[in-house]
Design a protein around this ligand. Structure first.
Ligand code: SF4
Length: 364
């Protein structure tokens, strides 16, 4: 791709950005390692996660699964338990599947080519580019949201960056910019610039190392770019769940894979189909567990926001009409055993709160 008149030159951008990164980079645990497995874990764990929230998970994860072999050999429930509370549980399942693929297909060594990395479960061009450049020095780009914003501003791209054609253009520009000497440092410099200086709503241009060559800054458009079609509002979906208890036991179901919070254990219930909380709940518990329940008072309210929907509703205390029978994806467990499973976080809170209720056992 040819450079248009007035566009910043790759060499100048690389020199300025790398010097700035060397002097200003944040000291983060995954930047202190050259271990490809640790770098791979960080990339799965930290996507769409704030560093301050993700760092304790990264450290805990590697304490529990110090090698790719440990991770591949672990049951999925153990992986989900360490991941619980971080969200995006599909990534935990993909990382677990990737570890198994690495052991089975690559003899336990993280593959070193972009194509092989890109073929691992849950890995796309961003993760393959990040791991390939940081761990193995491949001169490939890693384009995430931060990098897209920086490129759109540097090159004053006035088209909608959410469209496939503009995304392709941004990826091509990123590929042209990446340093062949220090690709990992360059990609991290771009991400770091987007995270700390060229931020979404208030870019700090006066302290930016590439201000002098930034076309959006020159045009006074740094706050207008990148352009995106206006986001659709997040739908609010009514939900209802049952805290079904008797004799110190609680009823749990495993949420189906591929669905929101998939793979985690949960209270029965979910998104409401009909108009009545209680009627819907009785039907949902019966269809998910085979148990008929008596619905009692509301136990707590639910207000949770996910990336693409909001859940609003209630958890009700319920009593089973007969002792539940365990089967695949249905458990009838003591409170202590239930709390050992990877649980939907706000369902864990509801179960934990039972301990504070003096009448818990008597009420059962
Ligand atoms: Fe972003 Fe401003 Fe730097 Fe341009 S000058 S890259 S808009 S921070």
């Amino acid at each position: 791709m040819k450079r248009a008149m007035g566009e910043p030159s790759p060499t100048e951008l690389q020199t300025r950005l790398l010097a700035w990164y060397d002097a200003n980079r944040r000291d983060l645990p995954w930047r202190r390692t050259g271990n490809p497995y640790h770098i791979l874990v960080a990339e799965y764990l930290l996507q769409r996660t704030r560093i301050v929230s993700g760092t304790p998970y990264y450290e805990r994860f590697l304490r529990k699964f110090p090698t790719v072999q440990n991770l591949a050999a672990a049951p999925l429930d153990d992986v989900l338990t360490v991941w619980e509370g971080l969200g995006f549980y599909g990534r935990a399942r993909s990382l677990h599947a990737a570890a198994r693929a690495i052991v089975e297909r690559h003899g336990g060594e993280i593959p070193q080519s972009f194509e092989e990395l890109n073929a691992l479960p849950g890995v796309g061009p961003y993760t393959a580019g990040a791991v390939g450049s940081i761990a193995f020095g491949l001169a490939v780009p890693a384009v995430d949201g931060n990098v897209t914003r920086v490129i759109a501003r540097l090159f004053r791209i006035r088209d909608d960056v959410t469209t496939a054609s503009v995304r392709r253009r941004v990826a091509e520009m990123a590929a042209r910019l990446v340093s062949s000497d220090r690709p990992g440092a360059f990609n991290q410099a771009m991400m770091e610039l987007g995270a700390t200086v060229c931020t979404p709503t208030s870019p700090s241009c006066p302290r930016c190392p590439v201000e002098r060559v930034c076309l959006a800054r020159a045009a006074g458009e740094e706050r207008e770019l990148p352009m995106r079609r206006s986001p659709r509002s997040t739908p609010v979906v009514p939900v209802v769940f049952g805290l079904v208890t008797a004799s110190g036991h609680v009823l749990l179901v495993r949420r189906p894979r591929g669905r929101l919070l998939g793979g985690l254990w949960a209270l029965p219930g979910g998104e409401r189909i009909g108009r009545s909380d209680k009627g819907d709940l009785v039907a949902a518990v019966r269809s998910q567990t085979g148990v008929d329940v008596e619905v009692a008072a509301r136990w707590s309210r639910v207000n949770r926001t996910f990336s693409h929907r909001k859940w609003s509703g209630s958890i009700y205390r319920c009593t089973p009409r007969a002792t539940p029978v365990e089967r695949r994806a249905v458990r009838w467990l003591t409170r202590e055993d239930a709390l050992r499973l990877p649980l939907v976080p706000f369902h864990r809170e509801a179960i934990e709160a039972l301990a504070g209720i003096e009448s818990y056992r008597e009420a059962d």
